[in-house]
Write a protein that binds this ligand. Structure first.
Ligand code: CP
Length: 498
């Protein structure tokens, strides 16, 4: 059972084979629901399964369609819709709230939460499957599955398509997940339109371009609509905007009207994850009954789509799946390489002299990285004897490098990991009785955690200390000197994290 016990926290949790399988099953389930073939969808009958729906933010479609899907499957549901009346408003952390629903022996958690990465945290924290029903501005993968289903239902394919995405591309999690998901298919051209302040994040554009997607940033919604097969309109996410003057400017552009519809192709489909904000509409009400307006059908597809997702994770279907199964990419966590030792005579004419007895010399660091190491190794707090400098390399005076020497200090394995995390590429010389006993070349570890002072640069990430959620920052290597936050996916340069 390839899908049993799996979380659904991001759209990249699936291979293309798995996505297509889910869409095929959704089509069958939609038909079964329409024809009220109860035995084909009441798959949990007799299993006494309980879903916890924890909605910290407002929702109509996602919450009710999950609830209906669970009930149609034959599951019970519990949880809350908004934090009013819950102990969240007494200051309870997400961790403790999740613990409760695990203690009640719920079988899965379906959660919407305002912090980016909250679903990834929940999935690490509890032993039952977690469904991300929207985490901050990060992702909304179950929306994307029904979006992909709707596109394929309307056009018959998911490849060789021109797709427009418009509205709030910065804070709109549905826009991010859809762009990333479409990048897994061939021949996708993305046409983006938004107020410049609400443009698609660079890392999403970079990721989809790397996968071969053509990305066009358009100046006019009308022109864009004429060139695409599907337009995915989105709401300006006022509740996530720190500067409401930006909202006032952004809401004035991008209204899809009857005139816009006149310019579209015959097979065109207008989609929207909904809701449409009536005080700043992105779609004029006159469009609602138009045959090319797909958003009501799209929202209705939420029930069969989420029913299939629940059934797969709970092991109620999926035994006929054949194809590539998702697995986390394997990557070696080795970060220490032993290097040969060349004993050099001690020179007294250099400004920094090696340690004469015991200690450690950290060399070939990025210039000025020694200041960071002094902090993370708590050198001053420990009252260590040290020298730190950015100097010219003796081998090549055009190269400057950071160095740190600490007398009578032996770095633990955890400290070596910390050094590798903040200054990859450095060498660590272990000095015993005045001579180098080991020379270690450090590279960036695959997993970066427990670095004192490390913080994700995304100020909406659940791992930020100001949210008091006690979620330790956890980064994954994402290329040379780059890391990705495990929770919210933010890409950062290692020089930014401490
Ligand atoms: N599309 C969507 O997430 O709608 P709701 O906010 O109503 O759940």
């Amino acid at each position: 059972m390839a899908f049993a016990h799996r979380d659904l926290t991001g759209i990249l949790d699936f291979t293309k084979d798995e996505l297509l399988y889910i869409l095929d099953k959704t089509a069958l389930m939609k038909q079964a629901l329409r024809e009220k073939r109860v035995k084909d969808y009441r798959l949990a009958n007799g299993r006494d399964l309980l879903a916890a729906l924890l909605f910290y933010e407002n929702s109509t479609r996602t919450r009710t369609s999950f609830e209906i899907a669970a009930q149609r499957l034959g599951m019970h549901v519990t949880g809350f819709s908004g934090t009013e009346g819950t102990s969240v408003n007494k200051g309870e952390s997400l961790r403790h709230t999740l613990d409760m629903f695990e203690a009640y022996q719920c079988d899965c958690v379906i959660m919407r939460h305002p912090l980016d990465g909250s679903a990834r945290f929940a999935a690490r924290h509890v032993g039952m499957p977690v469904f991300n029903a929207g985490d901050g501005k990060h992702e909304h993968p179950t929306q994307t599955l029904l979006d992909l289903f709707t596109i394929r239902e309307h056009l018959g394919r998911l490849s060789d398509l021109a797709i427009g995405i418009s509205g709030d591309l910065k804070f709109g999690r549905t826009a991010h997940s859809l762009a990333v998901a479409l990048a897994g298919f061939e021949g996708i051209r993305l046409h983006l339109f938004s107020h410049p302040a609400l443009a698609m994040p660079d890392e999403v554009v970079e990721m989809v371009r790397e996968k071969g997607v053509e990305v066009h940033v358009r100046e006019s919604l009308d022109e864009l609509a004429a060139d695409v097969d599907i337009l995915y309109q989105t709401r300006i996410q006022k509740e996530r905007m720190p500067d409401l003057s930006e909202y006032e400017k952004a809401k004035a552009i991008g209204l899809f009207t009857g005139r816009t519809m006149e310019k579209t192709r015959a097979h065109f489909g207008l989609m929207h994850p909904l809701p449409v904000d009536k005080s700043a509409p992105s779609i004029a009400a006159e469009i609602d009954a138009h045959p090319r307006a797909l958003y009501k059908t799209q929202a209705g597809n939420g029930v069969p789509s989420r029913l299939v997702e629940l059934a797969l994770s709970l092991g109620l279907m999926g035994d006929d799946f054949q194809g590539e199964v998702f697995s986390e990419p394997e990557c070696s966590d080795a970060f220490i390489e032993q290097r040969p030792i060349r004993q050099k005579p001690v020179r007294d004419d250099v400004s920094i002299r090696p340690i004469r007895n015991n200690g450690v010399v950290i060399d070939h660091m990025e210039p000025y990285a020694e200041e960071t190491l002094l902090q993370v190794l708590r050198v001053r707090e420990r009252r260590d004897i040290y020298r730190a400098a950015t100097v010219k390399a003796t081998s090549n005076p055009h190269n400057i490098k950071g160095m740190l020497m600490i007398e009578n200090r032996r770095l633990t394995d955890a400290e070596l990991r910390t050094v590798a995390s903040v200054t990859p590429g450095c060498t660590v010389n272990i000095i015993e009785n005045g001579a180098v006993s080991q020379k270690l070349k450090l590279s960036l570890p695959a997993r970066i955690m427990d670095v004192p002072g490390m913080m994700c640069t995304n100020n909406g990430c659940i791992s930020r200390p100001e949210y008091l959620e006690s979620v330790s920052p956890f980064m994954l290597r994402a290329g040379q000197n780059r890391v990705r936050c495990y929770y919210c996916g933010q890409i950062m340069n290692i020089s930014q994290i401490v």
